[in-house]
Design a protein around this ligand. Structure first.
Ligand code: FES
Length: 87
């Protein structure tokens, strides 16, 4: 389990192991754009304001992954306790 913080509202939500960030957002009435939900299309790209993502997508380059400024919220996880998202 890790946490996500919604920058625009300050809301903090738990992401359990069996749920994606995208699903947790939907459960809370937030509906970001998405399509493949498998980490291949890039539609769900979301700005990462702080924290370290554990990138699981096939879209970002190694350099983009290392920059820790964007995360595919349909599939990626966290490598830190909390991810602050530009939502
Ligand atoms: Fe396609 Fe996330 S919805 S990469």
């Amino acid at each position: 389990t890790f946490e996500i913080e919604i920058d625009s509202t300050g809301q903090i939500l738990d992401v359990p192991p069996q749920k994606s960030i995208l699903h947790v957002l939907r459960d809370n009435g937030i509906f970001p754009d998405s399509s493949c939900e498998e980490g291949i299309c890039g539609t769900c790209a979301t700005g990462l304001l702080s924290g370290t993502a554990d990138h699981r997508d096939f879209v970002l380059t190694d350099e983009e992954k290392a920059s820790q400024t964007v995360v595919m919220i349909c599939c990626s996880r966290a490598g830190s306790r909390r991810l602050k998202l530009d939502l």
